[in-house]
Design a protein around this ligand. Structure first.
Ligand code: ZN
Ligand code: ZN
Length: 334
C-alpha cells in the first residue's frame, strides 16, 4: 500500500509502498478515505514525543471503511464507515481504566504516534479506538472533527456552561472556527476573539454574536461589558494572548485551555480568587466522545472548513498547516 512516512527525526515525508497491515485479534483494518493533518503530527516529524519509533506513518484524524476485523472483534463489521482520533486505545487494566477514565489510561496509545496512522491507504486500530461515522457527513468533513472537533466539543460540553451563558472563543483557527459553531449551536452567547478584523465577517457567519478585535479593543473590558465570560475557550497557542483575556472572566468563570503550547501563561492568584475563577485544561476524548461529536455535528450541520490534498502532496499540505496558511484544516486523500 501507499503511505507517507517519516523515516527519521527531522526528516520530510516520504511517500512509498509499504506492506499493507493486517489486523490483530482485537483490531480492525480500515481502508482510509480521508485523514486530517493536525499540528500534533509535527511531534512525529520532529521526534518530540517520548518513545517515538521510526519509520512512522502519522495521522490521527482518520475516516475510512472497515475492510477486515480481527477474530475478537464483534462490534464492528466489514463495510462500516468509521473514524479514529488522537486517543488510539487503552489497556482496560490500569487504575484510571478500572474507573472508566479511558482518556487518562496510563498505558494509552496515540494513533499515528504509538502505531502507524492514517497518512496511508490502510491502517489498523484497536477496536476500542474506533468511532462510527454518521452518513450525513462526508469523510473529508468528518476527518478533522476527530481531533480538532472533538477537542473543542468535548471541552465545551463538559465545562459546566448552560444555555445563554457568555462563552468566548479565543482564536479563530482550526479549533476556534469549530468552537464558535458548537458554542452557538449549544445555545451560548458566543463571542469570538481575534487579533484583527480579518475574520470578523467569518466569525459572524460561523455563529458569533459578538466579535472582539484585540488589535484595537481590550478583550477583558469588552467581555466585562457583556457581564463577564462564564467560559473562555483558549484555542490559539499563544500564551500572551491567553494571559491577556483572564480578566474577562465573570463570577465562577473558567479559562479552559485546549491550545497545545509549552509556553507558560501568566495568571496571578488575585485574578482568580475574587469571583472564584479558574484556569484548566482539557484533552480530546475517547472514541465514544468522537462519535458524539460526529453525531452532534451531523445534527447541527457543523462542518470544518477544509482544503483537500492528495497523499502524494503531503509535504506541501503539511507546510500549509505549519505556516498557518490553511483555512482552516488540511485533509489528505489517499
Ligand atoms: Zn490532533
Ligand atoms: Zn489503562
Amino acid at each position: 500500500m501507499k503511505a507517507a512516512l517519516i523515516e527519521e527525526k527531522g526528516g520530510d515525508f516520504i511517500v512509498k509502498e509499504i506492506d499493507k497491515p493486517s489486523p490483530a485479534e482485537n483490531e480492525v483494518l480500515i481502508k482510509v478515505e480521508a485523514c486530517g493533518i493536525c499540528h500534533s503530527d509535527n511531534f512525529v516529524k520532529e521526534g518530540a514525543f517520548p518513545g517515538i519509533e521510526y519509520p512512522r506513518v502519522p495521522g490521527h484524524e482518520v475516516v475510512g471503511i472497515v475492510e477486515e476485523v480481527g477474530s475478537n472483534v464483534s462490534n464492528w463489521k466489514t463495510g462500516q464507515r468509521v473514524g479514529v482520533g488522537w486517543h488510539g486505545g487503552h489497556c482496560f487494566e490500569c487504575e484510571p481504566c478500572r474507573r472508566g477514565d479511558f482518556i487518562n489510561c496510563q498505558n494509552g496509545k496515540i494513533s499515528g504516534i504509538s502505531y502507524d496512522g492514517g497518512y496511508a491507504e490502510y491502517m489498523t486500530a484497536p477496536k476500542e479506538a474506533v468511532a462510527g461515522v454518521p452518513e450525513e457527513l462526508s469523510s473529508a468533513d468528518a476527518a478533522p472533527l476527530l481531533c480538532a472537533g472533538i477537542t473543542v466539543y468535548n471541552a465545551l460540553r463538559n465545562s459546566g456552561i448552560k444555555a445563554g451563558d457568555v462563552v468566548a472563543v479565543q482564536g479563530i483557527g482550526g479549533l476556534g472556527h469549530l468552537a464558535i459553531q458548537y458554542a452557538n449551536k449549544m445555545g451560548m452567547r458566543t463571542i469570538a476573539i481575534s487579533t484583527s478584523d480579518n475574520k470578523k465577517e467569518l466569525a459572524k457567519e460561523l455563529g458569533a454574536h459578538h466579535f472582539i478585535n484585540t488589535g484595537n479593543q481590550n478583550a477583558s473590558e469588552e467581555l466585562q461589558k457583556l457581564g463577564g465570560a462564564k467560559l473562555i475557550l483558549a484555542t490559539a497557542p499563544h500564551s500572551d494572548a491567553i494571559s491577556s483575556v483572564v480578566d474577562g472572566l465573570g463570577i465562577d468563570g473558567k479559562l479552559l485551555m485546549v491550545a497545545a503550547t509549552g509556553e507558560p501563561i501568566e495568571v496571578s492568584p488575585m485574578q482568580l480568587l475574587m469571583g472564584r475563577k479558574s484556569a484548566a485544561g482539557w484533552p480530546s476524548g475517547t472514541a465514544m466522545d468522537s462519535e458524539d461529536t460526529l453525531n452532534f455535528s451531523a445534527m447541527t450541520d457543523t462542518k470544518p472548513m477544509i482544503e483537500e490534498y492528495p497523499l502524494e502532496k503531503v509535504n506541501e499540505a503539511f507546510e500549509r498547516m505549519m505556516n498557518n496558511k490553511a483555512r482552516f484544516r488540511v485533509v489528505l486523500k489517499p
